[in-house]
Design a protein around this ligand. Structure first.
Ligand code: TRP
Length: 314
């Protein structure tokens, strides 16, 4: 990593399974950003233990996510690909920032409320302090830009507030105030069964998401079963969320425009369209999955990347 470019940092929890939505909505953008920014991609395993984890499974999932990032085109030579727990500074700074974070602020975090409701039997202090550790992740690297989805905007706001409070208290510009990074365009990919909500990597309904490691046959089956809307026209429209979502998916994996796809499929019915979406997604995923499998055969290489990144980050 050079130090002349602005630092961009993103974190992802090694939990659940990465989806095509994660790729289209986030990972694909990162691939384009590596030229212009010093990027740090953190596997936030310490955030993951706010819910119970099996240590061996979590460790393996970090490797799995790392291989998927690389298979998707993230260059481990150009970027830091770190496990959060390998860099002690994150936890150390989190404690200091805890002392500059107000309980009232944490009480307002909507994700804490949502997660508490979901894990009512394990509302631990880590879940409560989660945004402070995230602030530490960001602030420790003088990060300028943080790509954040809607669900993380409030947490980034908090990181900015805490940094400003610290700087003000000590009359010194100790922390750089990070900005949200709004990625160029990129469609939001929705669930196949429920196209009203984002495709999620931790969804109980397996048929709702296309996972980056799904076998081709499974992908085709899921797409054929995707809910479509009434009528039979292949057209993007607010009252056609299912078809619109499939159009967005196909546009993303083929590089074709929505208009072009509409012109091609307009009246030919959902059957042919879905068959072609499935073929296009599979054609896109197969080479990526092959790269993933090759990396999985070499755990020492993966552990080496994590070790080297952690050393640089430290
Ligand atoms: N909290 C983020 C999420 O749940 C993950 C995360 C941890 C993160 N640290 C971060 C995101 C720092 C951006 C920057 O998705």
């Amino acid at each position: 990593m050079s130090t002349s470019k602005p630092v961009l940092l993103s974190g992802i929890q090694p939990s659940g399974q990465l989806t095509l939505g994660n790729y289209i909505g986030a990972i694909r953008n990162w691939v384009d950003l590596q030229a212009d920014y010093d990027c740090i991609f953190l596997l936030v395993d310490l955030h993951a233990i706010t819910v119970r984890q099996d240590p061996a499974v979590l460790r393996q999932r970090c490797r799995d996510f790392l291989s998927l990032y690389i298979a998707c085109g993230i260059d481990p030579e150009k970027n830091l690909l770190c496990a959060q727990s390998h860099v002690a500074g994150h936890s150390q700074l989190a404690w200091i920032l805890d002392c500059y974070t107000m309980v009232g602020e944490l009480n307002r975090m909507t994700q804490f409320k949502d997660k508490s409701a979901k894990h009512a039997d394990n509302i631990n202090a880590g879940l409560y302090n989660y945004p402070v550790l995230m602030a530490a992740d960001i602030l420790i690297y003088d990060t300028q830009l943080v790509p954040v989805g809607n669900d993380q905007k409030q947490h980034l706001e908090l990181a900015r507030d805490v940094a400003q409070r610290f700087n003000f208290a000590h009359k010194e510009e100790v922390f750089r105030i990070p900005e949200p990074f709004i990625p160029p365009v990129g469609a939001r990919i929705m669930g196949l069964q429920n196209p009203e909500a984002k495709m999620s990597k931790s969804d109980d309904n397996e048929g709702n998401g296309i996972y980056l490691l799904d076998e081709p046959k499974k992908i085709a089956k899921k797409i054929k079963r995707a809910v479509t809307d009434s009528g039979s026209e292949v057209r993007a429209a607010d009252d056609k969320p299912g078809v619109t979502n499939l159009l967005n998916i196909m546009a993303a994996v083929t590089g074709r425009s929505i208009e072009d796809l509409e012109a091609d499929y307009g009246d030919s019915g959902y059957g042919r369209f879905k068959g072609d979406v499935a073929d296009a997604v599979v054609a896109f995923m197969e080479p990526m999955q092959a790269r993933y499998r090759a990396l999985q055969d070499d755990p020492a290489y993966l552990d080496g990347i994590l070790a080297r990144s952690a050393e640089q980050a430290n």
